[in-house]
Design a binder for this molecule. Structure first.
Ligand SMILES: Nc1ncnc2c1ncn2[C@@H]1O[C@H](COP(=O)(O)OP(=O)(O)OP(=O)(O)O)[C@@H](O)[C@H]1O
Ligand SMILES: [Mg+2]
Length: 234
């Protein structure tokens, strides 16, 4: 079964028909790049796949309990956040889970036969494993270094340049380790060094990945290519 399945999707804005019966699916572990002209509906399709945009007709089926995260073409941040806070903003749930895990561990040391607590402990442990989130503080540090954001960590995120803001969004997304990563033109504004770094990271991390790219230089050897006219190349 596909991890995301879009069936016969129709979408229009006012009188403009954008998607007219589009079928699209992505399987676990697959990497797909969407290519197409400006205005052909790539971002619209991705937002629908992410569950962020309503459509007029068709069906969106996703596997149960999967986490899908999307990098928007234009990054948005809550007002007033520093770079570090913006990176951490997507990690609150994982941080809370880790805190709860520590509390439960301490409680279970005294109350080790409490079945409800044991069950919750095991569930949180699985969740933290799944997201590789045991040492989040170390990971945040490493990611700030790798994305060359350390020197800006206390600076308001809205003061950063386009490429720097994109690095903040990417850093935060990758730390969340979602099941499916949707990236709308991730290499926009990035310099050559960062594009190479991102390529390596994406290839190493085995994400189920859908990305939109105009960038002919990005190399993804085992990506399938989907064109907005509906053709697919493996
Ligand atoms: N909220 C909106 N209201 C009205 N029209 C919209 C809206 N969002 C997108 N459109 C229009 O829908 C069309 C498809 O937009 P979309 O952003 O999906 O294109 P795209 O393929 O991602 O383009 P690009 O390569 O420039 O990013 C465009 O003509 C755009 O102007
Ligand atoms: Mg777009």
């Amino acid at each position: 079964m596909a991890i995301i399945d879009l069936l016969n999707i129709h979408k229009h804005y006012e009188i403009q028909k954008i998607l007219d019966g589009v079928n699209f699916h992505i399987d676990e572990g697959e990497r797909i790049v969407i290519v197409g002209k400006n205005g052909s509906g790539k971002s619209t399709l991705m937002k629908i796949a992410a569950g962020e945009l309503e459509f007029d007709d068709g069906e969106r089926i996703t596997r149960q309990n999967i986490e899908i995260r999307m990098l928007s073409q234009v990054p948005k941040f809550k007002e007033g956040l520093s770079v570090r806070e913006a990176v951490e903003a997507g990690l609150l749930e994982l941080q809370k889970a880790k805190e709860r895990f520590d509390v439960l561990s301490a409680e279970l040391a005294e109350d080790f036969e409490n079945q409800a607590k044991l069950k919750e402990h095991a569930k949180i442990s699985h969740y933290l494993d799944h997201h590789n989130a045991w040492n989040l503080d170390d990971k945040i540090e490493r990611v700030l270094q790798n994305f060359q954001l350390k020197q800006f960590e206390t600076k308001p995120v809205e003061m950063l340049s386009g490429g720097e803001q994109r690095r903040v969004s990417l850093a935060s997304l990758l730390l969340q380790k979602p099941d499916v990563l949707l990236l709308d033109e991730p290499t926009n504004h990035l310099d050559v060094y960062m594009v190479e770094f991102l390529e390596e990271l994406i290839l190493k991390e085995k994400f189920t990945l859908l990305f939109i790219s105009h960038d002919r230089t990005i190399t993804c050897y085992d990506c399938s290519k989907v064109k907005m006219n509906g053709t697919r190349e493996e």
